[in-house]
Every structure is written in structure tokens, then in C-alpha cells.
Write a protein that binds this ligand. Structure first.
Ligand SMILES: *Cc1c(COP(=O)(O)O)cnc(C)c1O
Ligand SMILES: [Zn+2]
Length: 406
């Protein structure tokens, strides 16, 4: 790791690496700053070191705020021995053909230990808390199998509640939406300075985990950038940090190719960033979420302004798709690639389809579609979207129902 400081994204004030997420001076968000210019000196060696590293996000430890945790990952990070990252990047020729595109790749982050991209960010946040790189107050908390509490909105998909409670955490259902949960956690973190909140006072570190998606894609494409990335937006953290990942490696000279265009994907029922983008605003007006894409349902996105700025700067866009289009997106991806994604992946797939239909994607582009979660967690979304035959167990019944003859 070559992280040196936390730095304010608005006024540039710097702070030591501690559990802090807003600037004392201007209340701007803080970001991890690195001093890894020295890595430039021997890029072939750096590539070799990465390639011979572990098959998980810790192969990129030079670009993360903390070194790999010793031994198997901590209990709370993931299933033991199955750390996050190194998920498949698959060429999706049938999907490309259906959309009239030349080259589409699907980054399947549903292949992570708990079946979503969140394993990346949580692994980095918890490693920071547990190795004492942060204020020692934080090192005492959350880490090393100490008590953990998970705060969730009262109405997520039942599959997600079950798949969380099974790990033995203290599950706290908050009667409200994600924004209410975030507000409560911010309040609690103010009252309990020794508690480590993955998505509050550890947020600058948590966010860095998303960069590993970019590193992996670039490495898997042969140390090159793709031309375009279609990514989901909830708080806007993943979307903007993936861009940061490509930028860091380009600046270093580790990869070739121009910076990709970044297309953000939201659900119409919770699209504060897409709405602000369409209206030409620099900041988002908070909304009350109402969509089946619950993992993207953040009505007051912390990184909204940075997401808008990235869409403009990179030649991308931010689009919103309806719940019906999201379900169609889930079906399209499953039918053409064999990958069954949750509603967030339906949102990115539907957005890719929309961009293709609109003619926004050039004839020779290499496009990467981010799939961030597993379809078994949002089964209700696809209920009733297909027919099946029900027959007596006889050949005649099969023939008459299905209408095929020998
Ligand atoms: C958290 C999450 C995202 C992205 O969230 P950001 O807050 O924008 O980083 C995307 N997909 C899934 C499935 C998620 O759980
Ligand atoms: Zn500041």
C-alpha cells in the first residue's frame, strides 16, 4: 500500500489516515491519496508482481489503502478462504449481436463470495479497520470477529435478509428506506466515535475497493482500457471509483488506451442523478425511491455531483430505465449469456440496450457491462415473466401440449 493521506475533494485540505469522512473546514468528502509515482520506474516488474499475486483484490494492494489482511479473510469479510475479486470477464457475443454491437464484455461480479460487488468494498473497509492503519479507536471495533451490526431498510428482498442473517450478525431492520438508514448511521457514528461504520466513517476506504473492478477489467483485457463502461449508480461511489481506477493506471503508464466513456444506469423510480444530468444541473435533488432495483435505491446520492461531472467529462451519459425495462434486461442477459443477475444488473443491461438503440455506441467500440449482483437475491422480479407447460407424464401428453411430433 502506498496510501499517504486523506484529502478533501473540495478544498484540498489533508488529514492523516484515520476514521474520518468529511472535511473539518468545508464539509467536503474525503478521498484516499497515494504516493505511488515510484512504481513508474519498473512497470514490467509491477505487472509481473500483480500477475503473480493472489487471485483476489489483494493482488492490487499497491493501489489500496491497506495491505492484505494476514491469513484467511476475517469472518465478516467473506466466507473463509473465498476473498473478493478476480471475477470473470466474459465476451458476450450473443448479447452484442442482439443489440447490434461489435464487442461486449460482461464483468460478472455476482461471482463474489456473497454474490455481489459489495464484497470488494467491505473487504477493504474491514481490512483498514482491523490492521490499525486507522485511528486506534477504530482498530478496537468491528474487526477481528468483534460484534457487528448490520442496518438494513425494513423492506429489502426476503432473499437478501436471509442471506445476511445466516452469517450470524446482529441484523437491525430500520423502518425506512436506505436514506433513513444512512442518516441513522451517521447520527450513531457521531455518538460513538469508537464504532467503525463501513459506509460512514470508513467510507473513504470502503470506496477505494471499487477501483479493483477497473484494475481487473484492464488486466483481463491485456493491460488496456475498454472504450466504454456501463455501470450502475446508487450513491455514485462505484461509478466514479471505477473511473479513478482506470485513471490511476493510465497515469502510471501501466495500461494503454484512452479513458473510457462512462454510462451511468439508474432506475426511473430512483433516478436523482439521471434527472439532474438530463436537466443540466450540477447537483441532485433528493427523491423518494420507488423501484424494484432496491440495491440502487438511494434517493440522496453522496457522490451524485461527481457522477454527473464524470459522465460529462468522459463523453458518457446517465440514463434511467423503467422497472419493466429492468426485468427485460434481466431476461435479455440470462437468455444471451447464461448469467442471471439481480435488478441492478437488469438496470445496466437495459441501459446498454437503450444506448445501442439510440445509436450512442460506435461501430468499433469495446464495451464492458458491469453486472454487480446475483439474480437469486431478487427472484420476485422475474416471477410471471415466462410460461411453462404442465403435463401428465406420458409421451402423448407431451406431444399434444408442446405441439412437436416425432
Ligand atoms: C451497492 C451496489 C451498487 C453500487 O452502489 P454505489 O453506492 O453507487 O457504489 C451496485 N450494484 C449493487 C448490486 C449494489 O449492491
Ligand atoms: Zn475541505
Amino acid at each position: 500500500m502506498a496510501a499517504s493521506q486523506l484529502i478533501c475533494r473540495e478544498c484540498g485540505a489533508d488529514y492523516p489516515l484515520e476514521a474520518r469522512y468529511v472535511c473539518n473546514r468545508c464539509f467536503g468528502p474525503l478521498e484516499v491519496k497515494y504516493t505511488n509515482g515510484h512504481l513508474k520506474a519498473d512497470l514490467p516488474e509491477l505487472r509481473r508482481r500483480i500477475q503473480s499475486g493472489p487471485q483476489n483484490i489483494w493482488r492490487y494492494a499497491d493501489f489500496l489503502p491497506v495491505d492484505a489482511p494476514p491469513g484467511p479473510s476475517t469472518r465478516a469479510t467473506s466466507r473463509a478462504g473465498l476473498p473478493a475479486g478476480c471475477t470473470p470477464l466474459v465476451k458476450a457475443d450473443r448479447l452484442a449481436e442482439r443489440l447490434g454491437l461489435r464487442e461486449v464484455w460482461v464483468k460478472n461480479d455476482a461471482a463474489n463470495p456473497t454474490h455481489s460487488f459489495k464484497d470488494r468494498v467491505v473487504a477493504v473497509a474491514l481490512a483498514c479497520a482491523s490492521t490499525g492503519n486507522l485511528a486506534n479507536a477504530v482498530a478496537a471495533a468491528a474487526a477481528l470477529g468483534a460484534d457487528s451490526y448490520v442496518f438494513i431498510p425494513a423492506d429489502p428482498e426476503e432473499q437478501k435478509i436471509l442471506a445476511t442473517g445466516v452469517y450470524g450478525t446482529n441484523l437491525v431492520k430500520v423502518k425506512g428506506n436506505y436514506d433513513d438508514v444512512n442518516r441513522l448511521c451517521t447520527e450513531l457514528s457521531g455518538e460513538h466515535e469508537s464504532w467503525a461504520f463501513v459506509n460512514v466513517n470508513l467510507r473513504p476506504y470502503y470506496a477505494e475497493g471499487s477501483k479493483t473492478l477497473a484494475y481487473e477489467i484492464a488486466e483481463q483485457l491485456g493491460w488496456r482500457t475498454p472504450d466504454r463502461v456501463v455501470a450502475p449508480i446508487a450513491s455514485g461511489s462505484l461509478y466514479t471509483k471505477v473511473a479513478k481506477g482506470f485513471e490511476e493506471w493510465s497515469e502510471l503508464g501501466l495500461i494503454t488506451g484512452d479513458q473510457p466513456a462512462f454510462n451511468g444506469a439508474q432506475a426511473v423510480g430512483c433516478s436523482p442523478v439521471a434527472q439532474a444530468y438530463a436537466a443540466g444541473h450540477d447537483v441532485c435533488r433528493p427523491v423518494k425511491p420507488d423501484t424494484i432495483a432496491k440495491s440502487l435505491a438511494i434517493g440522496n446520492p453522496a457522490d451524485g455531483p461527481y457522477a454527473i461531472e464524470l459522465a460529462k467529462r468522459s463523453g458518457g451519459s446517465i440514463d434511467a430505465v423503467t422497472d419493466d425495462e429492468i426485468v427485460e434486461g434481466i431476461r435479455l442477459l440470462a437468455e444471451t449469456t447464461g448469467i442471471f443477475t439481480e435488478t441492478a444488473g437488469g438496470t445496466t443491461t437495459a441501459t446498454l440496450a437503450k444506448l445501442a438503440a439510440r445509436g450512442d455506441i460506435g461501430a468499433d467500440e469495446r464495451v464492458v457491462l458491469l453486472i454487480t449482483g446475483e439474480g437469486l437475491k431478487t427472484l420476485d422480479a422475474v416471477r410471471g415473466t415466462f410460461e411453462s407447460y404442465e403435463i401428465e407424464p406420458s409421451y402423448a401428453a407431451f406431444e399434444s401440449a408442446v405441439g412437436v411430433t416425432a
